[in-house]
Design a protein around this ligand. Structure first.
Ligand code: BGC
Length: 783
């Protein structure tokens, strides 16, 4: 269809939809007039918002009940020889108005085809939403979100999301199921790879940045994706780290730890929220009115669209809170799930329930309005095709500019965990004039793993493996490659070759860890040690290399791994996660010194699986760990401390901290506080430090974590250069949930720390005076 023709069609559609005649019942819980995007607060956007409401009202007045339930249904695409596809039955559903959205259907041609059926052949000509998991890139794949979070760089997070949106929309997607913002403190849980790690503050900052990146300045722009805050909520607290398991947490943990990133995403204007698979205290999230309505709508003022997770509505039968499909559907829609993904219980059961008076039509209308509203704010009624074309698709994917961004963000995501001295100099960076380098390990040439799980339309063929990156960086060095061992079996057949390579080369690089498919959904592991015979391989290689030769270990993985031996026994240890299409290039930039590492761990690394869940913001307990007291909180067989703490990461230079100062040693509870700290590059080369600020309430009405992150800034300094870094703490930074779950700032003393990790030692104290200040009343109790 020509552009002119679809513009005309769009005009007809809009005109047809602006019809009067909507009942009061249909007007219940109307989305508040808010800007179509947080950054689009102009008068123009208010006009657009009103128009979106009118479109929804007018359509609702004309829809049959079946058409309404169709709008609440999201169908998965099939997969054909050339990619995602929809079969004849799916096309018929669109024609008959039985589908409101597709899932995992992308590609300019197929999306245009389905949209054409919707807007030309269905009775009401309502355009479709096309949702997909654009998680860390569409075709240009960026570091997995956990890895990217190690950059502590919200600009980078927004940038990768923006590029993902440009590429995703070029392939016809208009709705992404990202960002994932589940706080995860148990590394066994495979989905830890999809989020920002263990910390609610970092999680909130990055969630908001990613929402802004995906949605852009205007949701109506043809390169904006409607973002989804997922999974709501506490999915990351899966008991024993086993995916889909129950979350056994209390309300306080819910509000303090698991919900803040969602609230940050709502404040950033996120357009949709996805319910989580888990139950909390007896109620699956998909059936939790408390979570999806009392908290999300009424407390957080979210007015977008709530979508179920894949068959999440149907799974209420398995949860054992519904005997039949109709009950499951009623519980989910009644709780606040507007659109059903993959299963079709709304469509197949609710018409009869509404007609028999067993389910309120008003709730159906409300959900439909939200779906239509989302379509309207995306501009689909004006341009259902959003300028998708094979030409744009060919032009906008994997451009040189996108690849360059992927390389820059990947370098920032790498964390230097240890760097020992070998023959009087740090092992890293390695010299570029090495005569020979042994590259050993099962992951070194694995380009598929480099792009990690949830890799959109990414292709291994686009990705630079570690080996390839090294070969390109060292064209004059003899590279001896030996896999040594498989990733996850006990075979030792390749050890001999690997040991010879280690003996013969000037330096050794061990590339170990997990394959890309060993984290992600349904990829929990009971043990987070190195899988298979990789540890034995590393031990054999280190032995064979002998003393005085650098043996650098590089981890590829999507979760913290318990690698105590590697940390103790190799010359340097580097965390490279799954860095995306530029994996090998970015890693080579760091290994050979073109880029000084600056990443910091967004999650604690334990010494052994038995320590999980382990996280820095733990409670003190009545018996804090004390080596001199047997009856204190620790283990008999292991130190209580982590292998690497949250926030840890070295550079090729060093930084020192001094003069942590507060604007006043005593302020009234509820007033802001300015904190400053001096940071100096005390080493010999330029580098970037992530300056971190932590806070503890020393004695409160309820117990508090030993410290919590409340600010961070990336600072680049030349050797010898100093900078004063300032943070403004507002009342919310001092707040806690009191015994009644009111959000309050209590008077008392608070300790602050600033430094380069959660073990920062430079500290100051501040006293808050006056009366307790209430920032927010208690939320409705969990039910
Ligand atoms: C996952 C979601 C994802 C959905 C659609 C589910 O299994 O839990 O995170 O968005 O599938 O692919």
């Amino acid at each position: 269809m020509t552009t002119r023709r679809h513009r005309m069609l769009a005009a007809t559609l809009v005109a047809a939809m602006l019809l009067p005649g909507v009942s009061d019942a249909q007007r219940t819980r109307r989305p508040r007039a808010r800007p179509a995007s947080r950054n689009d607060a102009s008068a123009d956007s208010v006009v657009l918002e009103r128009r979106a409401a009118r479109i929804a009202d007018s359509l609702l007045a004309r829809m049959t009940l079946d058409e309404k339930l169709g709008q609440l249904t999201q169908s998965p695409a099939g997969y054909g020889q050339t990619g995602p596809t929809v079969d004849a039955a799916g096309e018929k559903d669109v024609r008959e108005g039985r589908v409101g959205a597709f899932l995992s259907l992308y590609g300019a041609d197929v999306v245009r085809k389905m949209q054409r059926i919707a807007v030309e052949e269905s009775r009401l000509k309502i355009p479709l939403l096309f949702g997909y998991d654009v998680i860390h890139g569409m075709r240009t794949i960026f570091p997995v979100p956990l890895g990217e979070s190690a950059s502590f760089d919200s600009v980078a997070a927004a940038r990768s999301a923006r590029i993902a949106a440009i590429e995703g929309t070029a392939m016809g997607v208009n709705w992404t199921f990202a960002p994932m913002m589940d706080i995860a403190r148990d590394a066994r849980w495979g989905r830890i790879v999809e989020g920002s790690g263990e910390d609610p503050y970092l999680g909130g900052v990055l969630a908001a940045a990613r929402v802004r990146g995906f949605q852009g300045d205007r949701l109506r722009a043809p390169d904006a994706l409607l973002a989804t805050a997922k999974h709501f909520a506490a999915y990351g607290a899966a008991e024993a780290g086993r995916d889909y398991n129950v979350a056994s947490i209390g309300e306080r943990q819910m509000f303090e730890v698991y919900l803040p990133p969602f609230q940050a995403a709502v404040r950033a204007g996120v357009g949709s929220v996805m319910a989580s698979f888990n139950e909390i205290d007896g109620t699956p999230a998909h059936a939790s009115h408390w979570l999806l309505t009392d908290i999300l709508r009424d407390r957080f003022h979210f007015d977008g669209l709530v979508v179920s997770d894949w068959t999440g509505v149907w799974e209420l039968l398995n949860h054992g809170i519904a005997r039949d499909s109709a009950t499951a559907a009623k519980r989910a829609l009644g709780a606040g799930v507007d659109m059903e993904m993959s299963s079709t219980l709304y469509r197949s059961t609710l018409a009869a329930e509404v007609k028999a008076g067993r389910f309120p039509l008003a709730r159906v209308n409300e959900a439909v309005r939200r779906v239509l509203h989302a379509k309207a704010v995306l501009g689909l009624f004006e341009d259902p095709y959003r300028q998708i074309s094979p030409e744009r698709e060919a032009r906008d994917l994997l451009t040189a500019e996108h690849r360059a961004a992927a390389r820059e963000i990947a370098r920032e995501s790498i964390v230097l965990l240890t760097n020992r001295s070998v023959n009087g100099a740090p092992a890293l960076p390695l010299r570029k004039d090495l005569r020979s380098l042994a590259v050993i390990g099962p992951l070194a040439d694995d380009a598929q793993s480099a792009i990690g799980p949830w890799s959109g339309a990414g292709r291994a063929a686009d990705a630079i493996s570690t080996l390839e990156g090294i070969r390109k960086a060292l064209p004059n060095t003899r590279i001896i490659h030996a896999r040594g061992a498989p990733v996850d079996t006990e075979s030792t057949a390749g050890f001999g070759e690997a040991m010879r390579a280690a003996r013969d080369a000037d330096a050794v690089l061990l590339v170990l860890g997990e394959r890309g498919d060993m984290t992600g959904e349904a990829s929990s592991r009971a043990s987070i040690e190195l899988p298979g015979s990789q540890l034995a391989l590393a031990q054999a290689v280190v032995r064979s290399a002998g003393p005085g030769k650098p043996v650098v270990a590089v981890l590829m993985n999507g979760r913290p791994l318990a690698v105590q031996w590697l940390a103790d026994s190799t010359s340097a240890l580097v965390e490279s996660w799954f860095l995306g299409v530029e994996h090998g290039n970015a890693l080579a930039d760091v290994l050979f010194g073109d880029f000084a590492p600056s990443g910091k761990l967004p999650v604690t690394f334990p010494r052994a699986t038995g320590q999980v869940p382990i996280y820095y913001a733990h409670k003190q307990t009545g018996r804090p760990a004390d080596p001199n007291n047997h009856y204190s909180s620790k283990y008999l067989d292991l130190p209580w401390t982590p292998l690497f703490p949250f926030g840890h990461g070295l550079s090729y230079t060093t930084f020192s901290y001094a003069n942590l100062l507060v604007s006043s040693g005593s302020v009234r509870a509820g007033d802001p506080l300015v904190v400053s700290v001096g940071v100096t590059n005390s080493g010999k080369r330029a580098g970037t430090e992530v300056v971190q600020l932590y806070l503890r309430h020393d004695a409160a009405s309820v117990t508090r974590p030993v410290r919590e992150l409340h600010g961070f800034q990336r600072v680049t300094l030349r050797p010898g250069e100093s900078r004063t870094v300032r943070f403004v703490l507002d009342p919310g930074d001092f707040a806690l949930y009191d015994l009644d779950l009111r959000r309050v700032v209590e008077p008392g003393t608070y300790t602050l720390w600033a430094g380069g990790s959660s073990e920062a030692t430079v500290s100051a104290e501040v006293t808050l005076t006056g009366a307790t200040k209430v920032l927010a009343p208690a939320p409705p109790r969990m039910r």
